[in-house]
Design a protein around this ligand. Structure first.
Ligand SMILES: Nc1ncnc2c1ncn2[C@@H]1O[C@H](COP(=O)(O)OP(=O)(O)OP(=O)(O)O)[C@@H](O)[C@H]1O
Ligand SMILES: [Mg+2]
Length: 415
């Protein structure tokens, strides 16, 4: 029964990374605004907007690419209905790292007739502008991961300038600007970089859309839409979505990274566990397992393997305490727990200064958070806890496993 088809999934591709939902329930306002703004320009025969979409440093999976593609496809649909000749072109600087490669992608998506072989950047730009004029086509060119283009030593500032301010370089014969840009950047740092390197481009940006990491309610809505499309109606319930949403939402109680990609992945993994077990319903235990597997991705296996046995024992003590109480603990209390655990594993607990050294080391590689204690406590007591992104239960299991392997518990009598 375990591998039989059809108990959980109605349509797997809905949970795939590249899937763009037919409607955006979250970010609908932003999408509608951008679509209206850009469409009105095409209808009026005066494109040439440069719009920027950007997130916050260190945040990923917050819908930058999704919003971009959704806006592009929606524009194609509306333009078709209104008889406007329009094309959306998506380029990504990861897969097209030089300007010439970007131009090749643009030309390739426009028409196989545009041949850029052997042409200079300026000639390539001219070929594109001429083609659009001939066909009276409007285009929206999205450049995703735009910060890589700005930061790349391979990209000449002057060329980037001529791409974005294309009409100064190659004016269209009829004077009608037909190209608009959507520059998609990871965060606002790209603007200060532009300002210092190419202020003319920065001042060209007509509109900036900042995207925040997702809140719990937003992740819930995104997941609900996917669940409705991907699973059979009886295979899921709101509770499992709530657990995932509050784990990833920035205002939730889990790792708070606001990342919709990780949330959708966790839902997919949970569904696969359910399917694998032959269950016809995704249950809380499947979700918890998926979350704990995902969150251990925050911990480097190499870091853990590199720890001494006593450091592992200290970590195990913190994980165990956190699982039981969910509270932080003092160094004094931790030392006591460490001693008990060390003795259990047949190891002689180390002295005070060594113990402090372990704590410092674990803190320096980000496995523990150590803060000086507040008032009312004597001496140099600190408060110790696991970083919020490390789940106690999953950590406990992994560390215990390594300790057993390293101490050879169970086999030590034969050695
Ligand atoms: N508003 C939304 N509605 C539905 N799905 C969404 C939404 N935002 C993001 N997603 C989904 O979350 C995943 C990640 O989104 P996306 O790739 O757009 O993020 P990103 O900000 O471009 O991430 P990165 O910084 O890694 O490029 C995708 O699978 C996407 O379908
Ligand atoms: Mg992206």
């Amino acid at each position: 029964m375990g591998l039989s088809e059809g108990l959980i999934f109605r349509d797997r591709k809905v949970l795939a990374e590249q899937y763009i939902p037919p409607e955006l329930r979250v970010r609908r306002r932003e999408a509608t605004f951008l679509v209206r703004k850009l469409l009105s320009r095409f209808s009026e025969g005066r494109a040439g907007d440069v719009v920027a979409i950007f997130g916050s440093p260190g945040r990923s999976g917050i819908g930058k690419t999704t919003l971009t593609k959704y806006v592009g496809y929606k524009l194609e649909e509306l333009a078709r209905q209104r008889g406007i000749r329009f094309k959306f072109i998506y380029t990504n600087v990861y897969s097209a790292p030089s300007l010439y490669e970007i131009l090749t992608v643009i030309a390739g998506q426009l028409s196989p007739r545009i041949n850029l072989k052997g042409s200079s950047t300026l000639e390539a730009l001219k070929a594109i502008v001429d083609y659009l004029y001939e066909k009276s086509y409007y285009v929206l060119i999205a450049i995703d991961e735009f910060q890589n283009l700005v930061n790349s030593p391979k990209v000449d500032d002057a060329y980037l300038y001529s791409l974005i301010r294309i009409y100064e370089q190659v004016p269209p014969p009829d004077g009608i600007p037909r190209i608009s840009y959507l520059l998609v950047a990871s965060d606002y740092l790209v603007f200060s970089k532009l300002r210092s390197k190419m202020p003319q481009i920065e001042s060209q940006i007509t509109f900036r859309q900042h995207l925040e990491p997702y809140r719990v309610d937003e992740i819930y809505e995104i997941l609900e839409q996917r669940a409705q499309l991907a699973f059979y109606d009886n295979a899921w319930n709101p509770k499992i979505l709530e657990i995932i949403a509050s784990y990833y939402g920035v205002d939730g109680t889990g790792i708070k990274d606001g990342n919709a990609r990780r949330a959708i992945n966790a839902l997919n993994t949970a569904a696969e566990y359910a399917e694998f077990e032959g269950s016809n319903v995704i249950m809380e235990e499947h979700v918890r397992k998926a979350l704990s597997v995902d969150s251990m991705a925050n911990v480097s296996a190499q870091d853990l393997e590199g720890l001494s046995i006593h450091e592992l024992l200290v970590l195990l003590a913190v994980a165990q305490h956190t699982m039981r109480s969910g509270e932080p603990l003092t160094t004094g209390r931790l030392r006591q727990l460490y001693k008990e655990i060390a003795e259990y594993y047949g190891e002689t607990p180390r002295g005070h200064s060594q113990f402090n050294q372990y704590i410092n080391n674990l803190a320096s590689i980000g496995l523990l958070n150590v803060t000086p204690s507040g008032k009312g406590m004597r001496g140099r007591t600190s408060i110790i806890q696991l970083p919020v992104e490390i789940p106690a239960t999953a950590l406990y299991e992994v560390v215990e496993e390594i300790i057993k392997r390293k101490t050879g518990i169970g086999v030590r009598n034969w050695i």
